[in-house]
Design a protein around this ligand. Structure first.
Ligand code: NAD
Ligand code: DAU
Length: 351
């Protein structure tokens, strides 16, 4: 791994991953291709702006000409695709952009990588690729759909996405699979559970609730709040991706999760307790349409085959997350003072 294209690196997980790369790999060049949608934030990368190994390019993963120019300039050996529309609620009100970015954007990246990495790009029957190249698609456990009270998602669980967001991610996974099966492209897919940690946009449960607590605003819990997610501290997701890049068998899917199932209401109460606020702030609101009741990830494959395991417990991860948001109020204030207010009013009005 020498020249790496990270897409969506100004978002939550992508920015954490770029920090992780620069801290843990000396001899590396990282190009961050990010469109800077509402979710992209260069403040997330302010401390590494001057690092000579880091290069930012504003642009769309669906812009083939731009992606080709970047490959010409950098001869990437690795692509990690984080770029996506990532919020389920937004996909319910505006699905179109989810399909464009998450499906067609992924296909553009794959196609340009294929052209650059095939030993003979003009021979349609050749499946020979350069040594040491890899495309990693950052996917999600949501592609598997919802679980009942028992069971876990394994890598062989059939895909059954329920929201426009998860349908777009599942579609992208199928396109990645097709590039492997048809062309022999060296790929991996990772499917991770819910992340939390620094730099997460406050449309997602944990930073939204922390922000509302600090502002003494109601905490909008969807339905009964008994929906269950598996939670993983973002740094553990980054180490898992790095592990798959280094050791993952080509063509394989790896689930990533923390064995850490929590009901939403439990998380909300924990945040209230840690910020010293009253449970009176909790407001049960209308449920998300098609809301997946429970996710749980079986991470046996990545732990036994690749030797990865999470470093953070939920207690240590949540403590450091809440502390980070308390220490970075200006980061949050800058976001919530802008367009975010309109988003919040529209998304939560009449709920
Ligand atoms: P995010 O919304 O915080 O960041 C997405 C980034 O992608 C932003 O910087 C945005 O500007 C950029 N982007 C959007 N459209 C683009 C385009 N067309 N071209 C280039 N850049 C574009 O998302 P996140 O939470 O960091 O998630 C990153 C990836 O991880 C996504 O693919 C998501 O599906 C996946 N994932 C997220 C979680 C989670 O809990 N957040 C869990 C599992 C998987
Ligand atoms: O499982 C991985 C997925 O986790 C990722 O693929 C997605 O990109 C990421 O957004 C996340 O999806 P969720 O829908 O699980 O995350 P969100 O933070 O939006 O919601 C978490 C749970 O909290 C979910 O059950 C809905 C609930 N919720 C969320 C918000 C924003 C509320 O009750 N109230 C809220 O205001």
């Amino acid at each position: 791994m020498k020249n790496i294209l990270v897409t969506g690196g100004a978002g939550f997980i992508g920015s954490n991953f770029i920090h992780y790369l620069l801290e843990n790999y000396g001899d590396i060049q990282v190009v961050n291709l990010d469109l800077l949608t509402y979710a992209g934030n260069l403040d997330n990368l302010a401390d590494i702006r001057e690092d000579g190994r880091y290069h930012f390019v504003r642009g769309d993963i669906h812009d083939r000409k731009l992606v080709e120019e970047l490959f010409d300039a950098w001869t990437f050996d690795t692509v990690v695709n984080f770029a996506a529309e990532s919020h389920v609620d937004r996909s319910i009100t505006n699905p179109d952009i989810f399909l464009t970015t998450n499906v067609l954007g992924t296909q553009t990246l794959l196609d340009v990588a294929k052209k650059n990495w095939k030993l003979d790009p003009d021979d349609k029957y050749s499946r020979e690729f350069k040594e040491g190249v890899k495309y990693l698609q950052v996917s999600t456990d949501e592609v598997y759909g919802a679980l009942g009270p028992t069971g876990m998602f394994t890598e062989t669980t059939p895909l059954a996405p329920n929201s426009p967001y998860s349908a777009s991610k599942a579609s992208a996974d199928f396109v990645v699979r097709a590039y492997d099966k048809t062309y022999g492209m060296p790929v991996n897919i990772t499917r991770c559970s819910n992340n939390y940690g620094p730099y997460q946009f406050p449309e997602k449960l944990i930073p939204l609730m922390i922000n509302n607590c600090l502002a003494d605003k109601n905490l909008p819990v969807y339905g009964d709040g008994m929906q269950i997610r598996d939670w993983l501290y973002v740094e553990d997701h980054c180490t898992a991706i790095a592990t798959v890049l280094e050791k993952g068998r080509l063509g394989e899917v790896y689930n990533i999760g923390g064995n850490n199932e929590r009901a939403n209401i439990e998380i909300v109460k924990l945040i209230l307790e840690n910020t010293g606020k009253s449970e009176d702030l909790i407001l049960h609101v209308k449920d998300r349409p098609g809301h997946d009741r429970r996710y749980a990830i079986d991470n046996t494959k990545i732990t036994t085959e690749l030797g990865w395991s999470p470093k953070y417990t939920f207690q240590t991860g949540m403590a450091s997350t809440i502390e980070w948001y308390l220490q970075h109020k200006s980061w949050m204030d800058k976001i919530v003072s802008g367009e975010y207010m309109n988003y919040y009013e529209t998304m939560y009005a009449g709920r």
